[in-house]
Design a protein around this ligand. Sequence first.
Ligand SMILES: *Cc1c(COP(=O)(O)O)cnc(C)c1O
Ligand SMILES: [Zn+2]
Length: 440
Amino acid sequence: MHYRSWLECIRGCKEHHSIFDVVYRCNTCGGLLDVQHDVEALKDRSAAAWMQLFDGRTRTTAWPYGSGVWGKKEWVCPELCNENVVSMYEGHTNCFWAERLGGELGVENLWVKLCGNSHTGSFKDLGMTVLVSVVRQMIANGRSIRAVACASTGDTSAALAAYAAAAGIPAVVLLPKGKVSTAQLIQPIANNALVLALDTDFDGCMRLVQQLTEDKTIYLANSMNALRMEGQKTIAFEIVQQFDWEVPDWIVIPVGNLGNVSAISKGFLMLKELGLIQKLPRIACAQAARANPLYRSYQTGFREFRPVQAQKTLASAIQIGNPVSYERAVKALSAFSGIVEQATEDELANAAALADRTGMYTCPHTGVALAVLSKLIASGEVNSSDRVVVISTAHGLKFTDFKVGYHEGTLEDVVARHRNPPVNLPADYEAVQRAIDEAI
Ligand SMILES: *Cc1c(COP(=O)(O)O)cnc(C)c1O
Ligand SMILES: [Zn+2]
């Protein structure tokens, strides 16, 4: 295959690296790297031909093209040999019309992309399949890699542990002790990763893993690694494909380390460059008010950026004060007339519960996005006729304590307006009958 990709500095320095090199930052300026594709080569197929190729592969069993990520292999990682692909058939997640919730929020055309309906329960699978596959090819080519490693707020480590285990590659995960959900903690344990629970926050784990991976035999799997972006950008491809190659008006994303928003915008830009779409959506980033460095920076017109000490939030996967992909995200947001809004604990918990009452089962981060969306509708930024896609980043089943606490009314700083606690009754026909009559 003649398609090619390589690593390049996001600040435009000239140096290039192979995607199979162990390098995460530009040697000239220290900036992050991004994967660039030979777009001219990709233009050998027309937009219509690409659409037809991608549609034809969707959900098929022809390895590995039935995966949502590998169905777009030429646009993601063309140099990878199929025998090195490590895939759990990730992607192709539901994007569904949230008709009732949209009605309640005041937007007719609300869609929710359930990226958490995936192998390990979050969108992190999309990036990890690419990263671990590339590592497998490096090892096959004789490079000495002892392990893959990441810092995590819970979902990155779950995904890394699963894909590494599938490939038979040792994994090391650094977690902030007591700051991830029970489900998230047990996932890498079950997948036999070395789980290091550290007495710090995510930002502390992130600093340590960057030091650890200066040893090139331990490969860094955080989203500062550009390979993760390549898998995650397929979220944009899928959304457009799911709308029969039309572009929605708004994408609302909960953000922490700012990798995913960078990846999704990269996906839309690629679609436009290759002629599959003619316009771009607008992007709204949603932050927890307790971990809001991007929001603060946005308020200065992105002229200033100060890391913050992230405070404890129910949206634990985005409890990040010093986002690694800040520069990538700011670049992305300017191309998409992007905006940033925040949500308090009370707002995110009630937004999640309101969505649940319409049949969803919403993680707290998706709650942040939904709370932000209702603010944007109230302020008139989002119109009632706009087609809006909310990115749901994880499966609600990972956050049982959040759900239980909400319905028990025990969450700090939350007045639970949609509580639905169980009714305890004797096993008595009349008592049961009365309870039903009172409720309905
Ligand atoms: C990782 C994650 C995010 C944030 O993504 P970033 O790339 O760090 O901005 C949001 N929600 C969930 C559930 C996540 O796991
Ligand atoms: Zn540089």
